[in-house]
Design a protein around this ligand. Sequence first.
Ligand SMILES: [Zn+2]
Ligand SMILES: [Zn+2]
Length: 425
Amino acid sequence: MNPTKFLIRTFKDYYTKNAANLPKVSKFTKREFAFLPWDKSIMLRHMGFENITSFSHYLINSAPKHVYSSGSLYNHPEIPNMEKKGYEGCDLIIDIDVDHFYTPCKDDHDGWYCKSCFKNGKGMPLACPECGSLKLKRISWICEKCLDVAKKEVQKLLDNFLIPDFGIDQKSIMIAFSGHRGYHLKVEDENLRTLSSDARREIVDYLTGDNLNFELLGLRTRSGIVYGISQENIGWAEKLYNEIERLLKQSELDIEHFLLNIGFKKNRIRSFLNQKDIFLERFKNSELNDWSMEGFDIDKWKIFLRGIAKRVGANIDEPVSVDIHRLIRYPGTLHGKTGFKVQELSIGELADFNPLDAETKSKDPIVFHQQGIDINLKIIEEFVPATKIKGFTYGPYDQGDKICVPKHIAVYLLCKEVAEPVSMI
Ligand SMILES: [Zn+2]
Ligand SMILES: [Zn+2]
């Protein structure tokens, strides 16, 4: 049976049962809607809906692969011409997706295949290690560890930046599990809606800690002595200060690992470790802010601080937050690469939320999890990593394997395009 036909039927079934109860995003009639059909043709954009009923009818009838609405508000969301659309502002959107940063477990569960020289391997190289080609087909898998890393980044954004530094009201922050490998945050605040792309770029720089000017934070040399960043209890100065203290109290092995990662050589690391206890004592107790350390001039400290800033800053997909015409997945709809639901969460629900093993049914992204329905599939991809959902592990599989798996696993493998159904349900 054709996998796409099977998935359309399955998605249609989901929307028939659930479309009437989808959450309604704020300013619904001012949002642009967009859909990606299953035939991988172009994205259908510039659509507007009068009410949630007409939107849910659309979903039931067409059961698209991906469903989005805009972060922007328009007077006429249905007009394709951007100038005539009547732009009125845009929510601040932050996307956290493990596709955009390294996690060690990807060396086990992510794979690539070079379209130029046909070599394949594991992990997530930027280019083919054999021929340098950028034309890589990637297999990116879902994984509890990766999703946990993503969740920690969301928590970091909330606890270290959006709430304390920007003073954003918790009620205006919407969080959602993306249905694949990350989370979205949407801040619906009238003051932020009017910000230009340039202003959003400054916010992004602040959230990531990229481009921090350490001299502005107090780092300087005078008469051969290096003075460190100021001890003010505010913003980035405070964050860097606390993180340095946290690092210096870690084991020597952890500190060594950090220093190696930011590019320091073995002998400099040894020297740092020898001096760190005296430094920490001075760092905590002296108001002189004297950061003199043998072998560490101001440029070395800048490298060190950039490394510290990377630990503190949030790993976000930067272009998403800067662009004022971005689309964001609609809550409650299905992600076409997994068959999982985009799940909205409150700030309080985030800490205990595990998307691959949710406790509450209404917050469970694995919507096709049903007892007693098994589906026969044939594996068509050379190698399929193991999939762990709801405490059970399926796979790994090899090409040609014939398997019989529960419906939610079958939908996932079909959405990933690594299998095809061999019989009807
Ligand atoms: Zn290659
Ligand atoms: Zn992982």
